[in-house]
Design a protein around this ligand. Sequence first.
Ligand code: NAD
Length: 447
Amino acid sequence: VRAGQSAFAEWSQAGAGDRAAVLFGAAADLRKRRHELAALEVFEAGKPWAEADADVCEAIDFCEYYGREALRLAAGGLVQSPPGERNRLTYQARGVVAVISPWNFPLAIPAGMVTAALVAGNAVCFKPAEQAPAIAYGLVLALERGGLPQGVLSFLPGRGEEVGAALVEHPGVAAIAFTGSREVGLGIVAAAAVHRPGQRQVKRVIAEMGGKNPAYVDADADLDGAVPAIVASAFGFAGQKCSALSRLIVHRAVRGELLDRLVGAAGELRVDHPRGMGTQMGPLIDADAQAKVRSYVDIGRTDGRVVLARDHLPREGFFAGPTVVVDLPTTSRLATEEVFGPVLAVFEANDVDHALALANDTPYALTAGVFSRSPSTIERLGRALRAGNIYVNRGITGAVVGRQPFGGYGLSGVGSKAGGPDYLSQFLEPRVVTENTVRQGFSPDLA
Ligand code: NAD
């Protein structure tokens, strides 16, 4: 933090153009190393190739998008200046920002948080997830190759309860950008609220957390399109996405057919080591994740009925097969808690009202989906579903920077959407200078 504070003075005064140039340079470097970085992700995080590549591409997008956003904000804000008064609204950096990231998008998510904070003129202390520090270091190298001055960014791999907590509590940290679990996020919000000796600001916390994301399949939905979108949303990267589909709500008129097709399709997914080009589902991140997923499948067996489970999985690695559970009470832990694995709970709805009530029965509000051919149902659910990102007749994962600004509300997060026009300003303090221009004469210029 001290290193950041010393580097801050110069970096915060560099022009937005110079800072944006560092991000554009980093993007060029990431682009050059696209396959190398994706390969690292395949082995470090267990991502299948296509998804590892998508993560690298998203990191590139973040660098370029926030670079452009910084140039836009540098022009200042619009305020009124009546005759005799001049008002200027400008933005200044906050200070040292702590960035704490998860392992599931190990390059793109930290790339978004780190580059936004940096290009706004802040210094950054970056603590990556313990499970994927090497790929995170690829981001640091790209920024250095892009021309980032020494000391502006500190790379601090280590354990969350040690390094992460120390950053959160440090009186010299002005803001915290966190993406991860709800439990840790709420702990950070609480710890950041404590005023500590020497602290000169209220810490701003941007926390992007989990979801228990629903999708509704209406009686008139095109099942040919819905089934592959559901499979990809629930089982892509083995369900280890905050945006993953975990509660499927199906109109009773199509429940039987949809379940047959879904179970058939998910049962055919190729689950294997992610190095294989044909692999559709790789392993979970670690043994803890595997134990957690197994415990939720057990809950599914007790509280409901498991209609898809896979027994034949690779023996080496922390694999879990795609699992579909039906007949769960809505109060089951499997129906209410984030599993972060390939377990899909399916519910039946009598009509759109019933589906909406089921979908919104959660404090989370991250992603949601609708499969329907009825414009009025689409319109209605687009308004009434409790989610930050709602997808219609497509999968509910895979937000693209600048196209689907991403993030939730409720207990899914606090802060503005990543990859959207409101994100960067969270790392800035707006200031207004008001000058009385009805002058009383000029003083001589002593300089
Ligand atoms: P996690 O909360 O376990 O860890 C996230 C980060 O917090 C890690 O770097 C970890 O070391 C750190 N950490 C842990 N304890 C800490 C503490 N006491 N103080 C400070 N830092 C601490 O989450 P994870 O397992 O890495 O990621 C999975 C979670 O992230 C899921 O809940 C998922 O939904 C969520 N997620 C959300 C989004 C989003 O955009 N909303 C995106 C990706 C992941």
